[in-house]
Design a protein around this ligand. Structure first.
Ligand SMILES: [Zn+2]
Ligand SMILES: [Zn+2]
Length: 393
């Protein structure tokens, strides 16, 4: 695969506006579904660059779909722009949307100039952090007509998409009976004891889970006073697995353990889903390889991750609908350690190095898109691989 120099030329011409967008969003963090300014600034820029924009999109007020071109195939760059509460852009989503817009305009200009058939979409997907913006959008048909998707997330390293876990989140509430803890304990049933035994049951289960599974919880509510036997106690758990079907099995076992804890303590329990569930992320091998190759040629020193991510992202639902890859670009530079959701990460997402890396990621993604439109064999492989992955499930 050869790097197309015209893509870089467009990016050089637009760099000033792309960088200023990234900096402005970084300086004005907005949390999920409240990204009004970030959304408006992106839409303004895309319209200026001759994209036709729908915003709100699929009924989500801070989502958008921007398109250039009329015909098939349709290649999509996905944007995120939500910040974290209190800490701001500590996941660097200001760079995700800027890279997507940069890639989108660079590819669209080159396709137009070379009279290549097809359309470029930039899709704005709000509320990635815990709220599952993409899950909601996918359910409402946001990906209708889209043939393939790529997005790039900042991180400690440049790397292809290694996949990530599906996730279910549950709140479990136990109900017992209050009584004076010293004066009249035989009258009481402790909901807190149920929660404690529930945690112990989960810990006993751990030995039998595959290495790739994750179960982790916190106590939300544990009683009011030591001299009142807790009538109500509750906890929240996240369950994860790279296999969507296995996660269903885990959820069933989780419910049985809750029932056991309730039985042992004479309490009742209720399980309710908390937040959106995400599907496992299935990276497309060929989109991944094309990104890796472009990143290598652009001097981004990509590395192959040792194992799939054990975390989760709402791109999982996208990757099971159309061929997709959620790749990474390094914003750490010489700093070896850059934990996500930290102040150091937020600083890196606004640093000169981080901004320049975002432009390189935009370039690499646009190169992948260009290959998708111009290399029929590559395009066929992308879709065959997707069919194979989905057939296996
Ligand atoms: Zn994050
Ligand atoms: Zn993120």
């Amino acid at each position: 695969m050869n790097i197309h120099p015209q893509i870089e030329k467009v990016l050089e011409r637009k760099a000033g506006q792309i960088l200023s967008l990234a900096k402005r969003i970084h300086a004005n963090p907005e949390i999920g579904f409240e990204e009004r300014k970030a959304c408006r600034w992106q839409v303004e820029l895309l319209k200026k660059w001759n994209f036709r924009v729908q915003c709100p999109f699929v009924g989500v007020s801070t989502a958008y779909k921007a398109i250039r071109g009329k015909s098939k195939p349709v290649f999509c760059f996905m944007a995120e722009y939500d910040a974290l509460p209190k800490i701001g852009h500590a996941c660097g989503h200001n760079l995700i949307c800027s890279a997507a817009i940069g890639a989108g305009v660079a590819l669209a200009e080159v396709l137009q100039k070379e009279k290549i058939t097809g359309s470029v979409v930039v899709m704005g997907t709000p509320a990635e952090e815990s709220k599952g913006g993409k899950v909601i959008m996918v359910k409402r048909g946001a990906l209708r007509g889209i043939d393939a998707v790529i997005m790039a997330h900042p991180g400690a390293k440049t790397s292809p998409d290694a996949g990530s876990n599906a996730i279910c989140r549950y709140d479990v509430t136990f109900k017992g009976k209050a009584a004076h803890a010293a004066g009249d304990p035989p009258e009481g049933y402790s909901a807190l004891d149920a929660v404690i035994l529930f945690f112990q049951g989960i810990n006993a289960w751990r030995q039998f889970l595959p290495e790739s599974s994750r179960v982790h919880g916190i106590i939300l509510e544990g009683g009011v006073m030591p001299n009142i036997i807790p009538e109500q106690a509750s906890c929240r758990f996240y369950l994860r697995s790279p296999d969507d079907a296995y996660l269903v099995k885990m959820s069933n076992r989780f419910k049985q353990i809750a029932a056991g804890a309730a039985m042992m303590t004479g309490t009742k329990f209720k399980i309710s889903p908390a937040l959106e569930a995400y599907k496992a992320r299935l990276p497309n091998k060929y989109l991944n390889e094309a990104y890796l190759e472009a990143a290598r040629q652009l001097g981004m020193n990509p590395v192959i991750p040792e194992h799939p991510e054990r975390g989760s992202s709402d791109f999982g639902d996208v990757s099971q609908k159309v061929p997709g890859a959620h790749v990474y670009f390094d914003i750490a530079g010489k700093k070896r350690d850059l934990p996500a959701h930290s102040i150091a990460f937020r600083e890196a997402a606004g640093s000169e190095y981080g901004l320049q890396q975002m432009l390189r990621a935009a370039n690499a993604m646009a190169q992948v898109g260009y290959r998708y439109f111009t290399d029929a064999d590559f395009q066929r492989k992308v879709h065959e691989e997707f069919k194979r992955q989905m057939g296996k499930r």
